[in-house]
Design a protein around this ligand. Structure first.
Ligand code: NAP
Length: 300
C-alpha cells in the first residue's frame, strides 16, 4: 500500500525570526512537506525545506505563486516593519495570501500581534475589542480582518517574541545602543507578555495538524487565539532577564519610568492566553521559567 503524501505546509517569511525556527521544527517533525517563502535574505545553508522566492508587494504574483503550491496549511509570518511597508506588505500582502488560501481551501494560521490593543487596560482576552494606537498595530488589525474573510483562518496574536539562544528583533535597539557605548533606556511603564519562540512554534504545529477554525466558534474573538507567555514583564525587566544570555551587563540598562507627553506607545498590552493552551495543549511558558531551562545555559 502506498503512503499518502504529507500535507504541504507553506511558511511565509521563512527566513525571519519566527519563520526560521518554524520551518526547521516542521521539517524535523517529518509530518509535513515544508515550503518556505524567501524575500531578500537567502535561506540558511543546508536548509532542508523548499525555498520559494516571493515578494508580497507583487500581489498578483504572490497569489499565483502561493496558489500553485496548493498548500494544506499556510502560516503567514512575513511582514515588513518599515513605515512604507505597513500597507503594501502587511495589508495588501495578506490580501494576496488570503486569496491563495481561499483557492486551495488551505488552513491559514495568520500571525498578528498584541499591539492591536491600545494598552489602556492590559490582560486582554480574545473577546476584547482591539483599539490600536500605533500605525503598525492598525495595519496588523486591518490584515487580521482581511484574513478572517477566509473561513479557514485562525489568527494568532503573540507578544514580543524571544529566545535566549538568539537575539530577537525586539532586542535590536538595546544591542545597537550598547554597541555604541550608549546606555539604553527601557520603559518600566510598558508591559507585555513575552512569547518564547519554541513554545509558539510548538503551538503553531499543533494547530497546523489539528486546528479546526469551525470548532473555535463564531462569536466575537472566535477564530482568534492569544499567544502571550505566562509571565507579564515590563521592557526593562525583560531586558534584564535576557542579559545573562547576551554580551551586556544588566547594570547598563537605564530605567525609563514614565511616558513623555504625547508618547503613543501602549502601556499595558499583556495578554490572557489560556484559550490557546486549551485548544493546543501547549502552555506558553513565562520568561523566568524559560531562562531557567537547563538546555539554555547562560553565557560564561
Ligand atoms: N518579533 C516580535 O516580537 C513579534 C511580536 C508580535 C507579533 N509578531 C508577528 O510575528 C510574525 C513574525 O515576526 P518575526 O519577528 O519573525 O519577523 P521578522 O524576523 O522581521 O521576519 C519577517 C519576514 O518577512 C519577510 N518579508 C519582509 N517583507 C517581505 C515582502 N515584501 N515579501 C515577502 N516576505 C517579506 C522577511 O524576509 P526578508 O528579511 O528577506 O525581507 C522575513 O523573512 C509577524 O507577522 C509579526 O507581525 C512578531
Amino acid at each position: 500500500m502506498t503512503r499518502a503524501a504529507p500535507p504541504a505546509l507553506v511558511v511565509t517569511g521563512a527566513t525571519g525570526f519566527l519563520g526560521r525556527t518554524l520551518v526547521a521544527r516542521a521539517h524535523e517533525s517529518g509530518r509535513f512537506r515544508v515550503l518556505g517563502t524567501v524575500h531578500r535574505s537567502a535561506p540558511p545553508e543546508g536548509a532542508e525545506w523548499e525555498a520559494i522566492p516571493l515578494d508580497l508587494c507583487r500581489e498578483e504574483a504572490a497569489e499565483r505563486i502561493l496558489g500553485n503550491l496548493s498548500p494544506s496549511v499556510v502560516v503567514h509570518a512575513a511582514y515588513g516593519k518599515e513605515p512604507d511597508a505597513l500597507h503594501p506588505v502587511i495589508v495588501e500582502g495578506t490580501r494576496a495570501v488570503v486569496r491563495a488560501c481561499k483557492k486551495s481551501g488551505a488552513l491559514l494560521l495568520h500571525l498578528s500581534t498584541d499591539l492591536v490593543f491600545g494598552g489602556g487596560r492590559g490582560r486582554y482576552r480574545e473577546t476584547d475589542l482591539p483599539d490600536p494606537v500605533l500605525p503598525y498595530g492598525e495595519a496588523k488589525l486591518e490584515a487580521e480582518r482581511i484574513a478572517l474573510h477566509h473561513e479557514r483562518t485562525i489568527v494568532v496574536r503573540p507578544s514580543l517574541l524571544y529566545d535566549p539562544l538568539e537575539p530577537a528583533p525586539c532586542e535590536e535597539f538595546v544591542l545597537r545602543a550598547l554597541a555604541r557605548e550608549r546606555r539604553p533606556k527601557l520603559h518600566t511603564w510598558e508591559k507585555r507578555s513575552p512569547t518564547f519562540r519554541e513554545d509558539l512554534v510548538a503551538a503553531l504545529l499543533v494547530l497546523a495538524e489539528t486546528g479546526n477554525p469551525s470548532l473555535l466558534g463564531k462569536d466575537e474573538g472566535g477564530r482568534v487565539l492569544h499567544a502571550g507567555g505566562a509571565t507579564d514583564l515590563d521592557r526593562h525587566a525583560f531586558a534584564v532577564a535576557l542579559a545573562p544570555f547576551r554580551s551586556y551587563d544588566a547594570e547598563l540598562l537605564d530605567r525609563d519610568e514614565a511616558p513623555r507627553e504625547g508618547d503613543p506607545r501602549p502601556a499595558d498590552c499583556t495578554l490572557v492566553s489560556d484559550r490557546l493552551q486549551s485548544v493546543t495543549g501547549i502552555r506558553l511558558r513565562g520568561v523566568p521559567e524559560v531562562v531557567a531551562l537547563p538546555r539554555i545555559p547562560p553565557r560564561d
